[in-house]
Every structure is written in C-alpha cells, then in structure tokens.
Design a binder for this molecule. Sequence first.
Ligand SMILES: [Zn+2]
Ligand SMILES: [Zn+2]
Length: 474
Amino acid sequence: MLDLLLANGLVVTPSGATKLDIGIIGGTIISLSQPGSRTPDSARRVIDLRGQTVVPGGIDPHVHTNSVLPTAAESGIKCFGPDRVSEGAIYGGTTTLVDFAHWQPGDDLSDSFARKSAEWQGETFTDYALHGTFKEPEIPFEVLDQIPDAVANGHGSYKVWMTNTTPTRPKQKTDLGNIWGLMQQTASAGAMLAVHAEDDDIVMYAYKRLQSEGKTALPYMPDAHNKLSEQLSFQRVITLAAHVGAPIYLMHVSAREGVNAIREARGKGQPVYGEVLPHYAYFTQESYKRDDGAIYHTYPSLKSADDRDSMWESLLQGTLSTLATDGVCTDFDVKTRGKTILDATGGHAGVEMRMAVAYTEGVAKRGLDLTRFVDLTSANAAKILGIYPQKGVIAIGSDADLAVLDTNVDRAITSADLHEADYTPWEGYRVAAWPTMTILRGQVIVEDRKLKTGPQGELLKQHVSSDVRSRPAC
Ligand SMILES: [Zn+2]
Ligand SMILES: [Zn+2]
C-alpha cells in the first residue's frame, strides 16, 4: 500500500519531462509508473496533478539566518531565523536550505555545527545543511586537523571570505596562506570549499578613494566591488585550487570576468563551480539609483547590463551551475536602513520566489529545457554539496521532496502573497510558474497556499562524490 500516489503530473526526471505517477512510501519515492498503471485503491491518498509540473524540491545552497547584520552591528539587528526563511522556502517549492555554521575561536569544529544546528532543529519546514565557515585571518592547525572527522560525520562543505567586504564591518577575511592550508584539508578529506571571492586590496583601496571624493552613495557600489576585483580574486583562488587539486564553489558570481575565469578553469578540467543569484541575472547597477535601491543590493554588487547578460548566457551554456539567493531575510525598514556603499545591508528576501523566477527567466523566456531547470534549481546544488541522489532528483529511492508548479499562469509577484518578509525585490515581476504544492519526504507541507504541518526539517549529511571533486561534473 502506497502512502501517497501523485497521479498524472508532468514529472521532470534526469531523462526528461513525461507524464508519470509517483508512488511514495514513508519519505521515499518507490515507484515511477505510467499514469493509470496503479489503481487509486493502492494508495492511502491520491492527488491528481493533471496539468501540473512536478520537479524535485528546490535546493537553495546559500542562505543566512539569525546573522547579526554587519552594517547594523551597533544595533545587534539580526536577519530572520530558520523558521521564517524556511516557511518562505517551502511555500516557494524549495525543500532544502544550506546555511552557515561559523567557527569561533575556542570552538572545536563540532561545537560550531552543533550550535548552528540547534537553531534549525525543530524550527524548520525544510531540510537543511550547513557550510562550516571561517571568518578569522588565521585558522589554528588543531582546527584544520579536525576537518577529516567533521567531513566523515557528514559536514562536507566549508566557506571562506577573501575580503572584509567593507571597511566598516567586523573582519571576516582569511589570508591566502590560511586558505591554502584549509583547501589542502578540505580536498584531502573530500569536502567542497565555497569561496566569497573579492580582492581585498582592490576593494579597500577603491573604498578609500571613493570616500575621499565623497562618492559613497549606493550607485557607487560597483566602483568599490568592481570587475577587476572579481577577475583578480577568481584567478587567484582558482590558481590555488589547481595547485592543491581542490574542488571549489565560487559564490555569487557577479561579473563577466568571473564567468570567464570559471569557464577557463573548467575548460582545463578543473572542478570549479559557479553560483548565480537570480537578481544578479535580472537587475543591473541602474537599480541602485532608485529610492528603494538598497533592496536590490547583495555583496559584491550588481553590475552592468553586459555582466547581467553573462549570467543567463553562462547558465544556459553550463559554465555556471547553480541559482542561489544569498538570502538575508529582513523587513523593508531594516533592508533599507543603510543607504551608502559603507553600510548597505547585503542579501535580501528572495528565497520564496527563486523557483518561479528561475522558471520564468529560464524556461519561459529562454527555452531552457525542464531537466536543465531542475539542474540549476536543485540537482547541481545537491551534487556539488554532496546530498545527491538523496535530494535533487525524482528517482526511485530518493527522498520524496517535490515541488508542484502551475506553469499555466501569468501573474505578478506581490509581497502580500509571500511569507518571508514585508517586501520583495520582485514586486510587480510577472511569473510564468506558481508553486501550488510542496512535499517534503512524502509529507504534503503546503497545499492550496496553506501550511499543512508543523516544522519537520532535518539536518542532512553531505558526502561529495569523487566525480564532483575531480572534474567539472555539473
Ligand atoms: Zn558572500
Ligand atoms: Zn552570503
């Protein structure tokens, strides 16, 4: 007896989009069959998804929760927690979020993961994983030595910053020598290293010069977080990764120079993966001139129309691999509190509409194949971060994490319809897909735009495959 039979939907599997019935027992997909080949009485519940598109639940590999906003540090304001962010995610068809567990001096690495996981456990509507992060100039050798055990325990991804981002916020940059040491450890232990790559010298010099000229208004952001910085830092960290033989994941690619550096490395067979933020692939630096310009900002920065155009170009070509939000969810008044290049709050509320925007920009506007849509919104992140094929695919034996999309719509996004914040940068944007039902491990969590259960999310174990670690596999 099946627990759930999802009948007659257009189901997107790695081999294409076809009408299939999905049979679920417990939290797992146990059958994929021709519509009608299983009788309705073979299941406790049957849901007819005729006319709907069924894809693997989305995976957002880059969200922040409960972080003290660096530019609002004096006030101690934090962005929203896992409860609110995962609620937005699950309404939007995203079933896995990946947040950050910060190592603090004095921690054993396991302390850092346990502390952050405690914020998620019992609070989240999605499953979740955690990148271990280092925000110190130096990482002690005894902490580096703990990485193999942490990786064996399922903590398979880490992150570092190559810049302090602004001259005013608390330091977070790790020096290149320490990144080298970290990379040696993550590579030999079989983990992925994510990098916030900007050239700190270039960025800080640019800030000084802009400040001396009184050019600190928001539209100067791309002059501080500039294309040269992206080019130099990407080339530098890619060279380091080639030397070590390490797989890396470059977060929030923002310029054509970054895309080119990744393309060149992948052309040589290097396992380098790049992440695109949907709003970097849609808006440009022109948005900073608006009264509410701050709502479009995420560090590094929006750039020119040409840079913007390079994002979807490279997603379609397969140079870049994932669509993530870099979500830092707050309400409008907090998001717009900083109005200069020194204090603008990074990240924004974008988790809930990520899948719908990706469908609209990719499938509806550019003819992206549905299997490739799944790659960019779910499968590739699962592979790169080591949760595939448990997540990221509709296949027998995989978790029954599913997003049901109505792709017969043309409707405008408005924040009143959403759950993560009181504003959205996508206000008024027309989507060609709308999430109608979300299923996590076989449980219908959202149906008819209503939450059907409490928070049930679990921490995932990450084990990055040798294929993903040894070549540009997705
Ligand atoms: Zn970053
Ligand atoms: Zn981030």
